[in-house]
Design a protein around this ligand. Sequence first.
Ligand SMILES: [Zn+2]
Length: 88
Amino acid sequence: MANHKLAGAVGDANFYEFRRQLEYKSKMYGSSVMVVDRFFPSTKKCSKCGYKQDMPLKERTFNCGGCGLSINRDLNAALNLEHQAYPS
Ligand SMILES: [Zn+2]
């Protein structure tokens, strides 16, 4: 939602209802939902070394300026969220 280009389209999706359903269903199946801060830089942060850099939407691969890691943008973001939820 912080990205103004996406905010209009995504705003219609009704995140409140989505989250409500997600929490309801998770409880029903004995799972849990973890929520990270909305400004957590999951796409801008290297999942290996923590280096942060700008990531325009068209960039599909995260090429780290810190350690040289080259990884799919969405996989990198998912790993960052996993590390946030389950710190080692
Ligand atoms: Zn890195």
